[in-house]
Design a protein. Structure first.
Length: 604
């Protein structure tokens, strides 16, 4: 592919990136050199003025400076003249800035060491001259020629006004050169375009699975799977699934679409917009949902890998299936609020996916510390679409809000007939600051963004994540569902009760029910010599508390106070409440009445 691109374009992708990096670095270097010259000018000029003020005559050195200016500056107080000289130096630094920041082909070729022929080919395809832009672009437009030709040429010099736009234009422009159907096509056949498309799709599938696997640390991941299904006509066909990951009781069905958004769509052409959204969003969603239906409707779901190996799912182990669609194109403007696509006739099953771009998925995979955090985040993201009245600008705003505040909006719900819409302002700054620091664009250290929580809670979640025993995701997500205040209180009590157990050698427990959220938690502490008692005791107690509170899910965690760590045993009890005479009797006999205050912690 590299040689074919060089033969067609005169350069390859690596050359193009190196050239853009060279434009950026060369421009900065020339600007810094100009700044250094200005500082030297300022320093020397101050010496000359000082000398002139003392001697009241033109010296050999001061002869290079205008006499009238020297007289004027020497007549001022030293602080005033120094200030004016500084202003002159700054003005000089920016004088003829176009020449400072522009470059020739030879300068760029020498700086990048790419080769003048390749630099010439690149600049020829990515530059535009004055007078080439049509009159209708007197005002900014979403498909201005600078989107694909971001470098301006004047005579033998070149200037890139917005280097970030140049990086962004690279893929769009190159695909236009390779696509025979494009207005800027350099080829008339589909051979190279088809090969490029395949490599682009393979890259997206591989990276999407890699980034998800990075976040879901202990997940089993499979790529490019096939399975047999019956289509609408009753015919058995072979279907494909880009990726499948399993972790604890959760399945992640991944579909990736590497297509691009055309200039027509960026301009807002309605028919083209509908067509491309259908290809990039609806098709990915439909394929992931088809796999979900196959799992639900098949007794023993079986997928076939490229090497012929079979992946058989024990479906009774899984009670959560997440649909994940990943695009190479950044579709934030269309999919950040997926529920809005219902109005276009998409996603008509109300089974919302988590739709994300590859670049955002990469950031999320690097930021998230624990696999349970990503699962919790996806659940809350999908729930926002179920609410249908909360909006944001892009995925990283949601991530920033999740880390800082939890993206929980249920308590803000207005009456059902209210037109209320909550628009989230930017929260991505917390992520931007971190990446500015690690990429060297910011000098002041910035820690990786993370959720605020007590250190004990972080230790507990890390232990749950590392051991990843059956049901750990439910337990971890329940802990993450707690508000900041409840987190502080619960884990403060945990530390106190563990110390109490070490001192009196008795078993102690802490319990907190969350009736509105539909779950409860019990944390039990036992001395080592009584550790054989806690499994049965924990199970019995959690069953009674679940029955008493009529809550559908109860989390139980046991800790042997004398040993390292916080989790020696954990259980998750699920099920809708139903009357039970035996449990009714046990609750009345052994448990005190429920507290009146919701979320109140109690222990003994």
């Amino acid at each position: 592919m590299k040689e074919e691109l060089e033969n067609t374009l005169g350069f390859n992708i690596g050359d193009a990136i190196t050239i853009l990096d060279g434009i950026e670095n060369l421009s900065f270097q020339k600007l810094f050199d100009r700044r250094a010259q200005a500082k030297n000018f300022e320093k020397q000029f101050k010496k000359v003025v000082k000398s002139y003020r003392r001697k009241k005559r033109i010296s050999k050195i001061s002869g290079d400076y205008p006499n009238d200016l020297l007289k004027e500056l020497a007549s001022l107080r030293p602080s005033e003249s120094a200030e004016k000289i500084s202003s002159l130096a700054i003005s000089w630094a920016f004088y003829d800035i176009g020449d400072t920041l522009s470059f020739t082909t030879e300068e760029l070729g020498d700086f990048t060491q790419v080769g003048h022929d390749k630099v010439n080919s690149f600049l020829d395809k990515f530059s535009i001259q004055f007078g080439e832009v049509e009159d209708r672009y007197r005002l900014p437009a979403p498909t201005h020629p600078l989107m694909t030709r971001p470098i301006i040429q004047h005579e033998d010099r070149f200037f890139c006004p917005v280097i970030q736009a140049a990086y962004h234009s690279l893929r769009l422009a190159i695909e236009g050169f390779l696509n025979p159907d494009s207005e800027t096509a350099l080829l008339s056949d589909n051979v190279l375009w088809n090969k490029y498309n395949q490599q682009r799709a393979d890259y997206l599938e591989d990276k999407s699975t890699e980034y998800l696997s990075r976040s879901l640390k202990y997940a089993k991941a499979y790529r490019r799977l096939k399975y047999r299904v019956t289509n609408e006509n009753g015919e058995e066909i072979e279907a494909e699934l880009d990726g499948l990951l399993t972790l604890d009781n959760a399945i992640f069905l991944l579909e990736a679409k590497s297509g691009s958004i055309s200039l027509s769509t960026r301009r807002g052409a309605p028919k083209r917009l509908m067509k491309e959204l259908r290809e990039l969003v609806e098709e990915a969603y439909s394929q992931a949902r088809r796999a979900k239906n196959y799992i639900a409707q098949t007794e023993k779901p079986t997928f076939k890998l490229e090497n012929g190996d079979l992946v058989e799912l024990e479906k009774e182990r899984y009670d959560q299936i997440f649909l994940v669609t990943v695009s190479l194109e950044n579709l934030d403007v269309f999919v950040t609020n997926v529920y809005q696509l219902l109005d276009l006739g998409f996603l008509n099953h109300n089974d919302f996916p988590w739709a994300v771009s590859l670049t955002d998925l990469r950031v999320i995979s690097e930021i998230m510390e624990l696999s349970c955090e990503l699962v919790h985040y996806i659940k809350r993201r999908i729930h926002l679409n179920e609410l249908g009245w909360v909006q944001a600008h892009d995925e990283l705003d949601w991530l920033g809000h999740y880390l800082l505040e939890g993206i929980y909006f249920n308590d803000m719900r207005e009456p059902e007939d209210s037109p209320f819409i909550y628009n989230l302002l930017t929260y991505s700054w917390v992520i931007d600051d971190y990446y500015f620091y690690i990429t060297g664009q910011r000098q002041k250290p910035v820690e990786k963004p993370s959720q605020p929580m007590p250190q004990v809670m972080r230790d507990v979640l890390l232990e749950l994540d590392t051991k990843h025993n059956e049901g750990y995701l439910d337990a971890a997500c329940a802990l993450l569902d707690m508000s900041g205040k409840n987190r502080e209180e619960l884990f403060d009590y945990c530390q106190k009760f563990r110390l109490k157990t070490l001192n009196d050698r008795e078993i102690h427990d802490i319990t907190i029910p969350f009736s509105k959220a539909g779950f409860g938690i019990t944390f039990i502490f036992t001395p080592f010599e009584r550790s054989s008692e806690f499994p049965n005791r924990l199970i019995s107690y959690c069953n009674m508390k679940k029955y008493q509170t009529k809550i559908d899910r109860w989390i139980g965690i046991a800790c042997i106070a004398d040993t390292p760590g916080w989790i020696d045993y954990s259980i998750v009890i699920d099920g809708a409440w139903a009357h039970d005479d035996e449990l009714e009797e046990l609750v009345n006999k052994y448990l005190p009445p429920l507290p009146v205050v919701e979320n109140q912690i109690h222990g003994k």
